[in-house]
Design a binder for this molecule. Structure first.
Ligand SMILES: [Zn+2]
Length: 398
């Protein structure tokens, strides 16, 4: 049992009165203004000089403008525009990182050049740092004061020793306001003594575990895509600026929110279960960019959220004291017999069952892959890891 400092994020819905909604809108507006202004300034400067001002330069410039042209900005916390400019810097860093990945052939998706933020995509968000106090039923933010929380006692309160609130982000989604806080806290790290498990992330089902458990695919987006499309068409049929159009737009936002919440929920359930109950979790380090080239898989992979799954699993494993092993994607986990290691070079993506011609083993394709993955942990474990050796008896069962 060790101690470590971890950074965690918590999110709760806010219960705001009209005055507070107005103040939050004003902050989101200031953040959006600063972001768009900074983006234009960077583009201008780049065209003229080939270099681009940093967030710090821009913040200094914006402060000077506040005195002359933007007096309304004094009504909001100075953090809101400052953090927006920092966010803009990160957006450019992200873009340049993706440019580099694309050059190296590791990326097929969009590069994501930072775009202007418009009100069309909701009122947006803003981030605050500084004096943030969390009570059981409320959060106190700079300039905004004490805001009520919908779910009592979910956020870690400021009185708790060894809890440090780093920053808070307030955001609007389909008429609801949320706050998420980044918290640094001390945490005891248990040594997880559960079994070793191999996890095959699939297309047909979300995941198959080497113990035979199958976790079905939620595919909420795919199922709801038609509904969202229909709602979207309804928006465009209504006259611009009408109340009915606004109502229809809210319905679209709500449908998106439900779909993404559903997906997030199932991923969180699965990754928490794995990190809590298994000592070692072996997953394949898939080449997602390569898989996305395949049109049949693209939608399904995006839906399953493989990268999100891995991200959650990695941080949760740290909390619960389990280990995640990434098996090289060159390990032939799906084409090798988990019983005798016979290699089936002819196995196609459409073959759902693995049939071994050497030992006669017949089992589900994904289960075979999951068992192979769990066996990789045994191989690695026997040489380097002794700490979890006691908990490996059920590896490869099924
Ligand atoms: Zn075999």
């Amino acid at each position: 049992m060790g101690m470590m400092r971890v950074t965690r994020a918590y999110k709760d819905e806010l219960d705001l009165n009209d005055r507070q909604v107005t103040a939050c809108k004003r902050h989101a507006g200031a953040a959006r203004y600063a972001y768009n202004w900074g983006l234009a300034r960077k583009q201008e400067a780049y065209k003229a000089t080939g270099t681009s001002p940093s967030a710090i330069d821009l913040h200094r410039e914006l402060n000077a403008l506040k005195k002359t042209e933007l007096p309304w900005m004094y009504e909001v916390s100075k953090c809101a525009p400052q953090e927006a400019l920092r966010h803009l810097d990160n957006a450019f860093a992200h873009f340049f990182r993706r440019c580099k990945q694309k050059q190296e052939g590791k990326l097929n998706g969009k590069l994501g050049y930072p775009r202007r933020k418009t009100k069309k995509n909701g009122l947006g968000s803003f981030r605050l740092t500084g004096s943030i106090v969390v009570f059981p039923d409320a959060i106190q933010l700079p300039r905004l004061g004490r805001l009520r929380l919908k779910e009592r006692g979910y956020l870690p309160t400021s009185g708790t020793p060894s809890v440090k609130v780093l920053c808070a982000t307030v955001s609007e989604q389909a008429g609801h306001w949320y706050v998420s806080i980044q918290v640094e806290q001390e945490q005891t790290v248990p040594v997880n003594t559960g079994p070793v498990v191999g996890v095959d992330l699939g297309v047909k089902s979300l995941a198959t575990l080497s113990d035979g458990t199958v976790i079905p695919n939620p595919k909420p987006l795919k199922r709801r895509l038609r509904k969202i499309k229909r709602l979207h068409r309804a928006v465009t049929r209504k006259p611009k600026g009408s109340n009915n159009r606004k109502k229809a737009a809210r319905a679209v936002g709500k449908a998106y929110r439900t779909a993404s919440n559903q997906r997030a929920n199932i991923l969180h359930q699965v990754t928490t279960m794995l990190a809590k109950t298994k000592s070692v979790i072996v997953i394949e380090d898939l080449n997602v960019a390569g898989m996305l080239k395949n049109h049949h898989l693209a939608q399904a992979i995006a839906d399953v959220g493989f990268t999100e799954f891995r991200r959650q699993l990695l941080y949760k494993a740290e909390w619960y004291g389990s280990r995640v092993m990434l098996a090289s994607r060159w390990e032939p986990s799906s084409k090798t017999c988990s019983g005798c290691a016979w290699y089936n070079a002819d196995l196609a993506l459409a073959d759902r069952t693995f049939r071994c011609e050497q030992c006669g083993h017949i089992l589900d394709r994904d289960l075979n892959a999951a068992i192979n993955l769990s066996q990789l942990a045994k191989l690695a474990g026997s040489s380097s890891e002794s700490q979890n050796a006691g908990g490996e008896e059920s590896a490869g069962g099924g």
